[in-house]
Design a protein around this ligand. Structure first.
Ligand code: PMP
Length: 388
């Protein structure tokens, strides 16, 4: 069995002894110092929790209610009619991955959905998860030929051909791996097709806050929720709380009315029961503590802005350093979120790794959050050399 292309890369990186090595294959936000952050607010919430000396009991199958409510509000907005009307059921999951898995299982086993379509390209695990849940998976075109924007016409044409009732995966923001997102106008058009074809959208939002900001990144979620259609959303606290190992995420099923949402909740609980019984407590308690305290919440908003701003700064720095080296790396400033599609071929990515110890995914994806002021010039120079 071949290694996961991204995790395999990390293993290779660890054994590389060249001191100049740079890991842009990671799927994590790193600080300017090159470390995984431990957010102040997370530390404080953990101190408070440890002072409470809570026993390690089982959590409810659907997760910690305070966590589910807080995350629902973060994603859809507290005043959202769908939230107020009780049309959304939110279940705590094992990260965003667990949310995608649970959503796909729900769609397949209870709604009779047989097919899923995903963007080409997409995060590789989408395909594995959906296949694992018994869905057949095909792709809709997404990236344009220049690899710096969406081929929207082709995307819409393909969505118009998708079999009615199919599950369609969309990246709500910060598309992984391309960093290329839809405009508000494009989202409105997508929604029209979704309605006309009676598709079941699953909106994946693993990077809320890293694109244009916490509120702005939720645009598609809120647009879909306000439209009254039924859909699902998978969200994650891995990146914006830097809680990767704690496995904190949520599945939201937006239903037609409150009664339907209650039925969905009981079905989801049955699925959870058979899969892992109940979710882990720690990470979700931390998030609930932060979002439940106005002062901590305010500080966390600032943390997210700081992470967002550092990503944007590195995007600018890469493009500028590229220019100085005579290479067009302007893709960096056109794209959003943690990832960028460099447009480099697998062979060029191999050269980056072999000759310069710069590690990125062979499909041309780099994690911009792995850049810092010490390595960005070196990376730009390596890319410029490979692109010559
Ligand atoms: N969706 C996308 C697009 C992702 O990139 C990731 C993480 N790499 C996830 C979902 C899953 O996130 P988590 O680590 O919370 O399971």
């Amino acid at each position: 069995m071949p290694d996961d292309p991204i995790l395999g890369l990390n293993e290779l990186f660890k054994t590389d002894e060249r001191p100049e090595k740079v890991n842009l294959g990671v799927g994590c936000y790193l600080t300017e110092a090159g470390n995984l952050p431990l957010l102040d607010v997370v530390e404080e919430a953990e101190t408070r929790l440890s002072e409470k000396k809570l026993p390690h009991g089982y959590m409810p199958m659907s997760g910690i209610p305070k966590f589910c409510e807080a995350v629902k509000h973060l994603v859809f907005g507290e005043a959202s009619p769908a939230v107020v009307e009780g049309r959304i059921t939110t279940i705590q999951t094992l990260g965003g991955t667990g949310a995608l898995q649970l959503g796909a299982a729900f769609a397949h086993q209870y709604l009779g959905v047989a097919k899923a379509v995903v963007s080409d390209p997409t995060w590789g695990n989408h395909i594995a998860i959906f296949k694992g849940d018994g869905l057949t998976v095909s792709k809709y075109p997404y990236l344009n030929a220049a690899k710096d924007g969406v081929d929207f016409e082709a995307m819409i044409a393909a969505l118009n051909e998708v079999e009615e009732g199919s599950l369609v995966l969309f990246h709500a923001c910060c598309h992984n791996p391309t960093g290329v997102d839809l405009s508000h106008e494009e989202w409105r058009k997508v929604l029209e097709v979704v309605k006309a074809r009676d598709l079941l959208p699953l909106l994946d939002m693993a990077y809320q806050g890293f694109g244009d900001g916490l509120e702005e990144d939720a645009f598609a979620m809120r647009l879909f929720a306000e439209s009254g259609i039924r859909f699902m959303a998978a969200t994650s606290c891995s990146k914006n709380f830097a809680l990767y190992g704690e496995r904190v995420g949520a599945l939201h099923v937006v239903c037609g009315d409150k009664r339907e949402a209650e039925v969905a909740t009981s079905i989801l609980k049955a699925l959870v029961r058979a899969e892992y019984s109940n979710p882990p407590a720690h990470g979700a308690n931390v998030v609930a503590e932060v979002l439940g305290d106005p002062e901590l919440k305010k500080r966390w908003f600032k943390d997210v802005v700081e992470m967002h701003d550092r990503i944007c700064e590195m995007r600018r720095a890469l493009a500028e350093a590229g220019e100085a080296e005579g290479a067009d790396l302007s893709f960096a400033t056109k794209q959003k979120g943690m990832f960028s599609f460099t447009g480099l071929t697998p062979e060029e990515m191999d050269r980056l790794r072999e000759e310069f110890a710069v590690y990125g995914v062979r499909n041309g994806r780099i994690c911009v959050a792995g850049l810092n002021h010490r390595n960005v010039g070196y990376v730009a120079k390596a890319m410029a050399t490979v692109l010559k």
